[in-house]
Design a protein around this ligand. Structure first.
Ligand code: NDP
Length: 264
């Protein structure tokens, strides 16, 4: 029987997930289909999931915390951050996972060994990435526009700065998790700070995808090896797909066809 998967979000029309997963199912002849559900009320997630007869789903903004609450059991990294982006129907029980942070690790694998990472921003994505980096014994520095969001990161064990008190060090990787550059042409910090960061890092990554942000443009200009958020999106998608189909397909093949969906 054909399995049905979906992404829940508000808004959800912009999501690339249906295209990514359907491309895999279609090309690898897997009997499944993936759709999108515009869910306004996160507390209705569980009943909507079962009413639609779904085998699994992804959850995007703003329901990732509601998804954590809706699960009967949460596994892996999701238990640490309290945020779920993938749910699986396991014999009528909802099992929750988080593939966002591991997806990012997957995306930066080619950058090799990383000991020192600086995160620009202190929002939800920064939280997940900081916790994931620390889990691997990586030293984490967080630089954010405002001070008030930094206390969470201090407690985790990160070095924290706002723009006023920032002191530069050497980094293996600088990651932009702010939304600066998403809908505007702003840099994630004042230009002098960004310039010195770029002069002191080996690699650069941006969580934003679908456009080259001013931050990435500057990094390109300095000939630094960079990647935008597309590989992060791809990474979380591959890991979610493997959970959906219980590892029945080869990771290599999933990657090939999910990557092709980015050309569509
Ligand atoms: P949040 O709203 O939780 O956090 C936003 C952060 O950006 C805050 O730290 C905020 O600083 C900072 N910020 C916003 N505007 C500016 C600015 N003009 N200059 C400097 N800092 C700014 O967002 P999320 O963590 O949910 O998402 C962040 C980005 O990551 C988004 O662009 C999103 O699209 C992208 N993303 C990509 C994914 C992928 O798969 N590629 C997955 C998830 C997210 P302050 O505290 O001072 O307000």
């Amino acid at each position: 029987m054909k399995k049905l998967f979906a992404i829940f979000g508000d808004p959800v029309s912009h999501s690339r997930s249906p295209l990514m997963h359907n491309c895999v199912f279609k090309h690898l002849d897997y009997p499944a289909c993936y759709t999108r559900v515009h869910l306004k009320d996160g507390t209705k997630l569980k009943e909507t999931f079962f009413a639609l007869g779904l085998s699994g789903a992804n959850i995007t903004v703003p329901h990732k915390e509601a998804a954590y609450t809706a699960c009967d059991e949460v596994r892996g990294f999701a238990t640490k951050v309290g945020v779920v982006n993938t749910i699986i129907n396991e014999n009528g029980r909802l099992i929750g996972y988080n593939t966002d942070a591991d997806g990012f690790m997957f995306a930066i694998k080619e950058f090799g060994d990383k000991k020192n990472i600086l995160i620009l921003g202190a929002g939800g994505t920064a939280k997940a990435l900081a916790a994931r980096f620390l889990q691997d014994g990586i030293k984490v520095t967080v630089l954010n526009r405002s001070k008030n969001r930094l206390s969470y990161f201090k407690e985790l064990g990160c070095k924290c700065y706002s723009w006023e008190d920032f002191k530069i060090s050497k980094y293996d990787l600088v990651v932009n998790t702010t939304s600066a550059g998403l809908k505007d042409e702003e840099l994630p910090a004042p230009k002098n700070i960004i310039e010195s960061l770029l002069d002191n890092t080996s690699y650069v990554a941006d969580a934003i995808y679908g456009k080259t942000t001013p931050f990435l443009k500057l990094a390109h200009k300095k000939n630094i090896i960079c990647k935008d958020g597309a590989d992060m999106l791809l990474g979380q998608g591959i890991l979610a797909n493997e959970l959906f189909i219980n590892y029945e397909l080869k990771t290599k093949d999933i990657k090939t066809y999910m990557s092709k969906s980015f050309e569509l």
